[in-house]
Design a protein around this ligand. Structure first.
Ligand code: SF4
Length: 151
């Protein structure tokens, strides 16, 4: 079973209430080859919510306590992001995920790129906190831009 970001499956769970549906991922879900999870909703957020970015590093740094996740208005929401990451990892274990496809650029789901913490639209190389935790646990995590690698 493949685990995918809910917003890639068409759920309107992004911070601004939108989705990021991919026809290929929706097909996987419809064929019962993939299940969806949104780490931020699992962590306790609702939609819509304030955008947040990792300040001072990447998802790996957040896991190590060396960076934090802060909203555009300055609220430290690291704990909720960590909770969402842990719940997503537990779900991946529960379904024995064979692959994980997460939405690129998100402070939770980004697996190759994230925003740089300045809320200016600039990106850096690195993972969001959920993708980092899943990678540390040994899972293969790819983005919607790498679907051809596994499909
Ligand atoms: S946390 Fe992940 S699944 Fe949820 S809206 Fe953000 S990118 Fe999509």
């Amino acid at each position: 079973m493949i685990l995918v970001s809910s917003c890639l499956g068409g759920i309107e769970c992004r911070y601004n209430g939108s989705h990021a549906a991919s026809a290929k991922i929706r097909k996987l879900v419809n064929e019962n080859k993939a299940v969806m999870a949104c780490p931020e909703l699992l962590g306790g957020f609702s939609t819509p919510r304030e955008p947040a970015e990792i300040i001072g590093g990447t998802g790996e740094d957040v896991l190590n306590g060396n960076a934090k996740i802060v909203t555009a208005s300055g609220e430290d929401v690291t704990e909720l992001y960590m909770k969402g990451a842990a719940k997503t990892l537990a779900y991946a274990k529960e379904i024995s995920a064979s692959a994980i496809i997460l939405k690129e650029n998100s402070p939770s789901c980004g697996s190759g790129f994230i925003y740089n913490g300045t809320f200016s639209g600039k990106k850096i190389t690195g993972s969001g906190v959920t993708a980092a935790l899943l990678k540390q646990a040994g899972y293969r995590v790819i983005s919607e831009n790498q679907l051809d690698d596994i499909l």
